[in-house]
Write a protein that binds this ligand. Structure first.
Ligand code: HEC
Length: 158
């Protein structure tokens, strides 16, 4: 009987020490790990939110290009623009990447039917190019760039 009692007691003590010994040692590193991780997670998120508008700012047309586009638009007369075969120019110079409907998207070309750029921004981008889009300064006359940009706005946008 005594040996059984001793066994039961020692077993209880063993279980008691095993539990009390293990639990804090397991909990401590977990909580220690969880805290910095949760802090780390919140800080990059808030950084990303701050970065997002910066990326959009980079995507907008630089002011000096916009100024040139305004000058191009001001110089192009209605008669000059009307004379241009804008559809023909578009097919010849733009459709390879943008497609006849504007939505082809070859070489990461933007969907022109979904474009929200102003006429000035479009003229600036066609004149100066952007990313994989080649500049059309020299390839197309200034008023032809205006005519094609107007064609996109009137005919391709939904
Ligand atoms: C070599 C392929 C290629 C050709 C040819 C091309 N583009 Fe582009 N175009 C692109 C790419 C790529 C973009 C996206 C540029 C970016 O934002 O990085 C783009 C974007 C545009 C945008 C801006 C759309 C927006 O909403 O941001 C306009 C406007 C545009 N092109 C008009 C034209 C016109 C007009 C022509 C013909 C005179 C033309 N493109 C010819 C590749 C091309």
């Amino acid at each position: 009987m005594r040996s059984l009692l001793i066994f039961v007691l020692s077993a209880m003590i063993f279980i008691g020490t095993a539990c009390s010994g293990d639990q804090p040692s397991e909990k401590k590193p977990r909580s220690a790990k969880a805290d910095p991780a949760s802090y780390n997670r919140t800080s990059p998120d808030s950084e990303k939110e701050e970065e997002a508008p910066e990326e959009e700012e980079v995507r907008t047309v630089p002011p000096e290009q916009l100024a040139k586009a305004k000058a191009i638009l001001a110089a192009a007369t209605e008669d000059q623009i009307a004379e241009v075969d804008a559809k023909g120019k578009y097919k010849m110079f733009c459709a390879a990447c943008h497609g006849f409907d504007g939505a082809l998207g070859v070489n990461q070309a933007k969907d022109l039917s979904a474009s929200k750029l102003s006429l000035e921004e479009s003229v600036a981008q066609v004149y100066f190019g952007k990313g994989l889009m080649t500049p059309f300064k020299g390839l197309l006359k200034d008023h032809e760039i205006v005519a094609v940009s107007k064609y996109i706005e009137k005919e391709l946008r939904k």
